[in-house]
Design a protein around this ligand. Structure first.
Ligand SMILES: Cc1ncc(COP(=O)(O)O)c(C=O)c1O
Length: 387
């Protein structure tokens, strides 16, 4: 028993189950890990060179807490170019330490104790943790029966049950599902968000990795109510750089700024120079990575279909959500553990993304084609031996 009593608030908060599962299986010799959502490409050369130049020019001091004005202006131009939206660089954009800090600061700025936050699930695990840390009530909306998408009917039903809902965290393309929403689907949902006066925390970190359809930003449809979250982590293969941003109305940004400043004071300087280059000159790199992800996605979908697995229908990000086959006696956790130990392929149990993910598992295809081919051969053998 420790003599110290630490925060009671944290007693019911658990570290990420995905990382815990990944750590658990990492020691298995020869395992191919399709667990972590991290691009396997190098960061674009333009971004690397910009950071090196900043270091060599001794640009190593603090910047403005909201980020370098040059970067905020670059983000403003980037958003207009990509999503036809207009944000003022001095009052409506904040540079953050990745999308994670952007989400954290946004939730802490908008939530009062007990405020309700809904989100379609299975969802990215950090949402639940952050909402609860900020004192809100997290309400998962299970969308597994609707092709893993939030429909207007389901949304209306949830809002009828929880008419005092304040915030929706909406993520598309989705982690862990890979599904995304088309323009008409978004319009129908945005109409209901508007009617109910919801604040929409729109996590569009995978927007650039949208296949077969065009990404429409919630900030175009509902600028007054949206807190737009994005960054370079997934689009530009820059996870470790910790480069994110928030774009929203000035009234929201000025409050979010207070949380942001007390958390991190200022974003990393060299990362910001790299990000300017990435947003300005990274399109070619994005196009190449996207084409590669798309090939891998199609390959995996074909292989899983041949083996009789049900999968989500991903149109973005680099994840495939796969159902544990009926012949398997056990849940998603048992299945992933057996695959890790016997087939030496690591995938994440779906229940790590909420109850709605039970009996599914997530495959990340941010891995080379050779690794995916080998992983699928091993899964095929595992299926034949166990079915
Ligand atoms: C949906 C989603 N949002 C946010 C993040 C975090 O992004 P960042 O690395 O910029 O903090 C991730 C990372 O996996 C994610 O999947």
């Amino acid at each position: 028993m420790s003599q110290f009593e630490l925060s009671k608030h944290l007693k019911n908060i658990q570290p990420s189950p995905i990382r815990a599962f990944n750590d658990r299986i990492s020691g298995i010799e020869g395992i191919i890990r399709l667990t972590i959502g991290e691009p396997d490409f190098p960061t674009p050369t333009v971004a690397k060179e910009a950071a090196i130049e900043a270091i060599n020019n001794d640009l190593n001091g603090y910047t403005h807490s909201a980020g370098l004005m040059e970067l905020r202006e670059t983000i403003s131009v980037y958003l207009e170019r990509k999503y036809k939206v207009n944000y003022d660089a001095s009052t409506e954009i904040l540079v953050t330490h990745g999308a994670t800090e952007a989400l954290f600061a946004s939730l802490f700025a908008v939530l009062n104790p007990g405020d309700k936050v809904i989100t379609p699930t299975p969802s990215y695990v950090i949402y639940q943790t952050q909402v609860r840390l900020a004192g809100g009530e997290f309400i998962p909306v299970d969308v597994s029966d609707d092709g893993f998408k939030l429909t207007p009917e389901r949304l209306k039903q949830v809002l009828a049950e929880h008419p005092d809902t304040k915030v929706i965290i909406f993520n598309y393309p989705s982690n862990p599902l890979g599904v995304t929403y088309h323009g008409d689907e978004l319009e129908a949902l945005a109409k209901i968000f508007k009617e109910h006066g919801l604040i929409v925390v729109s996590d569009e970190i995978y927007a650039e990795l949208t296949y077969d359809t065009t990404h429409v930003s919630m900030s175009e449809l509902l600028p007054d109510q949206t807190i737009l979250i994005n960054g370079t982590a997934k689009s530009h293969s820059m996870t470790g750089w910790r480069s994110g941003f928030i774009a929203s109305r000035a009234e929201f940004i000025s409050e979010i700024f207070k949380v942001h400043q007390s958390c991190i004071n200022t974003p990393n300087t060299q990362m910001q120079y790299a990000s300017i280059a990435a947003y300005n000159d990274g399109d070619k790199d994005i196009a190449e990575m996207k084409a590669t992800y798309y090939k891998r996605r199609n390959y995996l979908m074909d292989r899983f279909a041949d083996l009789g697995f049900n999968t989500s229908d991903p149109e973005g990000a680099f994840y495939l959500f796969v159902q544990v086959p009926e012949w398997y006696q056990g849940d998603d956790f048992d299945f992933c553990l057996a695959m890790a130990n016997d087939a030496k392929v690591g995938c994440v149990p779906g229940s790590g993304f909420g109850e709605a993910g039970k009996n599914w598992f997530r495959v990340s295809y941010a891995a080379s084609m050779e690794s995916l081919e080998e992983a699928m051969d091993r899964i095929e053998k595992f299926v034949k031996e166990n079915n």
